[in-house]
Ligand binder design. Structure first.
Ligand SMILES: NC(=O)c1ccc[n+]([C@@H]2O[C@H](COP(=O)([O-])OP(=O)(O)OC[C@H]3O[C@@H](n4cnc5c(N)ncnc54)[C@H](O)[C@@H]3O)[C@@H](O)[C@H]2O)c1
Length: 341
């Protein structure tokens, strides 16, 4: 394959991120856009010079000249679209999470296998330079054997109250917990065996968003490692970063601490607020998109062109969703739950 012709389903905030990277990659081109909201699809087509515009993803899957499709619809709306596109023999880059129900996970995996399509899920923390460096140190044996971990991935309230119109139909576990759980699996080098999670709600409900505020979760891994995972959607809006990203890995011979949010590489102060721009997540320099949020998408194109394996396998994404389902079950039952794979 010399050039990857991309289609995108979902012309929202993150769909625009996808179009940005495909359009600047020398070996990719966005040829089709689909959104159920015609005006949004047309606006993105005009902004990025996209020729084919659809409002029905089934029609796009069947008729489009694209080789691969990026699914960038709300968290709970990935499965039907992915299965329809796989049945049309389109390769897929699916936004995280892969799926939010057990049936969807298994139906999707079956469709991917049956149609022999290549699929990556955008669990982009693996391209985060801090986390990727930690993984390299662990793999080189610099920390001894991984023993315990800690992962915090929180957002300010604004994400749930204003940014996402569909926050109440998802949760911080699907939206950011998918990243943190995959990261901890990757760093610990093992699958999650058992989880115990405690959730709290009330702050977002008072603000009109009917969804839990936070989940504090203990993860026990099959290789004996243990980790604490914190995911919340109620960090104060005046926080210096939208995200609060912190990870620690403790090995038998060493430790790595990661703080992506208080990096102090740059601080911007106005009369209203101090901010620490998330420059390692997303940035634009001289017209080019930079940052790990773009690197994962760029890597999908690279691996489609050279045929090498993706850094995130479909099994990684499926097992992350299955472990998150156990976390939700544990929080609801208020007892530890063994993950069913
Ligand atoms: N990798 C990351 O860190 C990251 C960051 C932000 C969002 N995301 C993910 O991207 C996905 C989209 O998030 P967003 O913030 O862009 O949401 P959004 O609400 O801004 O956009 C979603 C779009 O999908 C469209 N849509 C919904 N159902 C559709 C259907 N059946 N057919 C066609 N279009 C449909 C909506 O009209 C909307 O324009 C989510 O899964 C989210 O978790 C990932």
């Amino acid at each position: 394959m010399n050039q990857l012709r991309m289609g995108i389903v979902g012309a929202g905030i993150w769909g625009e991120t996808h179009a940005g990277i495909y359009n600047e990659h020398p070996l990719a081109k966005t040829v089709a856009i689909c959104d159920k909201d015609k005006a949004k699809a047309e606006a993105m087509a005009a902004a990025f010079g996209i020729g084919e515009v659809y409002t029905d993803y089934r029609e796009m899957a069947e008729k489009s000249s694209c080789d691969a499709i990026a699914i960038v619809t709300p968290d709970y709306l990935h499965a039907d679209i992915a299965i329809a596109c796989a049945n049309a023999k389109k390769h897929l880059l699916i936004e995280k999470p892969l799926a939010t129900t057990r049936d969807d996970v298994f139906n999707m995996m079956e469709a991917f296998r049956r149609n022999n399509v290549r699929v990556m899920v955008d669990l982009h923390n693996r391209w985060n330079p801090t986390i990727n460096t930690a993984k390299q140190a662990i793999d080189a044996g610099e920390l001894g054997a991984p023993y315990s971990g800690y992962g915090r991935l929180n957002d300010i309230k604004w994400v749930a109250t204003d940014m996402l119109s569909w926050a109440a139909q998802s949760s911080i576990l699907w939206f950011l917990g998918s990243h943190s759980l995959d990261t901890l699996r990757w760093l610990m080098g093992s699958e999650v065996e058992r989880v115990y999670s405690v959730a709290r709600e009330g702050v977002l409900k008072k603000l009109g968003v009917d969804v839990p505020d936070l989940y504090l979760t203990t993860l026990e891994f099959k290789n004996g490692c243990v980790a604490q995972m914190e995911n919340g959607w109620i960090t104060p809006n005046a926080n210096t970063c939208i995200n609060d990203i912190k990870f620690t890995v403790l090995g038998t011979d060493g430790m790595i601490n990661i703080d992506c949010s208080s990096h102090n590489m740059i601080q911007q102060v106005t009369d209203k607020k101090v901010i620490t721009p998330d420059i390692i997540v997303r940035n634009r320099i001289d017209g080019h998109v930079k940052g790990f949020a773009y690197e994962s998408i760029r890597s999908f194109v690279d691996r489609m062109i050279d045929g090498k394996p993706f850094l995130v396998s479909t099994e990684d994404a499926a097992n992350t969703s299955l472990a998150l389902l156990a976390v939700l079950e544990s929080a609801a039952k208020r007892e530890p739950v063994t993950v069913r794979y």
